[in-house]
Design a binder for this molecule. Sequence first.
Ligand SMILES: CC(=O)SCCNC(=O)CCNC(=O)[C@H](O)C(C)(C)COP(=O)(O)OP(=O)(O)OC[C@H]1O[C@@H](n2cnc3c(N)ncnc32)[C@H](O)[C@@H]1OP(=O)(O)O
Ligand SMILES: CC(=O)C(=O)O
Length: 531
Amino acid sequence: MTRERLYLFDTTLRDGAQTNGVDFTAADKLKVLGLLDRLGVDYVEAGYPGANPTDTQFFAQTHPARARVTAFGMTKRPGRSVSNDPGIAALLEAKADAICFVAKASAYQVRVALETTREENLASIRDSVQAAVKAGREALVDCEHFFDGYKEDPDFALACARVAFEAGARWVVLCDTNGGTLPHEVEAIVSQVVKVVPGDHLGIHAHNDTEQAVANSLAAVRAGVRQVQGTLNGLGERCGNANLCSIIPTLLLKPDYAERFDIGVSREGLADIAHVSRALDEMLNRAPDRHAPYVGESAFATKAGIHASAILKDPATYEHVPPEAVGNRRKLLVSDQAGKSNVIAELERLGVAVDKADPRLSRLLDEVKTREALGYSYEAADASFALLARRALGSVPDFFMVERFSVNVERRYNAKGELSTVAEAIVKVHVGDEVLISAAEGNGPVNALDVALRKDLGKYQPLIAGLHLTDYRVRVLNGGTEAVTRVLVESADEKGERWTTVGVSPNIIDASFEALLDSITWKLLQEGATA
Ligand SMILES: CC(=O)SCCNC(=O)CCNC(=O)[C@H](O)C(C)(C)COP(=O)(O)OP(=O)(O)OC[C@H]1O[C@@H](n2cnc3c(N)ncnc32)[C@H](O)[C@@H]1OP(=O)(O)O
Ligand SMILES: CC(=O)C(=O)O
């Protein structure tokens, strides 16, 4: 079979910027361009010059990249010439390799949204593309509402695609703008479009409003398009765009595509895709979707004991692709769904070897299940599980002992007459023969307790100096005879290590305290402290 080139067009910085809650700074844009360029996409649509100062400034300079940096904007307004249209002027001035015009391809949209005639719309497409080509740019046309327009009036939708191609557009991109088209419809419609515009000049731009954007993109490829548009992590207007972090691994790892197509992303680039996905979330301060296919933290996480036992024999028993191919990792979680295999795997990860026949292993598993029934959750609390396991195997020293603590929360007027709430905590700790009493204020009771506990741990103090809390999550559970609170605390240190601990109690302060104690104990163990 002859191999064909399939092109990837990323619009994270344009359609992705239309995501509710996402706002790219100029510096972010440069970073994302770098990530995408290293990944190996062919086009990076970096914004809309003239729409806002960030995008205008971005395109005021050239940004050398292997990818074709693309400026986005609409075709000329009806009733104007291209030379008299500020939007077209901004696009032509933009320092970009390519210009992607958005043009209506639906008779209904032309009538209602543009309030113009079909002829005027066709003229706008033709004139805009010709102006870009004349200025030496590669031209693309996003045929907005193409699939809905085709269902309504196929001749007009096809006329829009044809005029773009005949005017010189390198790519005519079929857009499922409202995201309501289903894969079988995409496949059927694209099969007709390829009779008018050759497939190696056609692209697909799918939105995810029926959760089909990836499936629709792949359906379009099967039917003949040779450019796929999408975004990292599926960012984009409303429910987002086709997720390139799913499409790229599928194209490279699934034989139906991998044996047929070459794409710009190499196997090395693919092995970086989980990192790229997480780097973007980090930059945007968004919580990563742990269940995202291929790149999510749970994409290769197995909870069920039966699955874990088989994975230990051969990972392919429950993995559709190897996690390392996409830079992800396998995780066998310990929980009330676990068997001994999960526990052995987690202990191995922690550097502890234990035999499946060791009776301590069964006792540990029983304890995990008993504690999970009380409200503990170990699948997220890796450090608390590690402590439980090491205690079961008899290897955690008693570094310190908290004799008592108290927490006081007071709402009062301060010296300036302002109302404020102050929390104070006192902790009495034994470290060897030393008795240490520390007091601290905090912005809440848990914070005050945390600060007081870590204020003076005697000889251990230098070892915990870089420890800090990065996340605190509370959940009230109503499983048993009384409501209990589960607290998950995420901690980090000066080396960038992160770990999570858990505490459970009917009292939120007690639950938090238990999680804080585990966090400090884990850190001391990592530092090789001795009692
Ligand atoms: C499907 C998509 O995702 S398309 C991309 C959408 N992205 C964005 O809109 C983000 C950036 N947009 C903006 O900053 C602004 O909308 C601008 C600067 C582009 C335009 O702002 P304004 O001039 O104030 O116009 P406004 O946004 O209110 O309306 C859009 C106008 O463009 C016209 N228009 C829309 N699409 C096209 C097109 N393909 N060709 C020509 N004109 C178009 C509309 O008919 C409307 O015209 P009107 O003002 O005469 O009614
Ligand atoms: C162009 C575009 O973003 C759309 O039609 O959805």
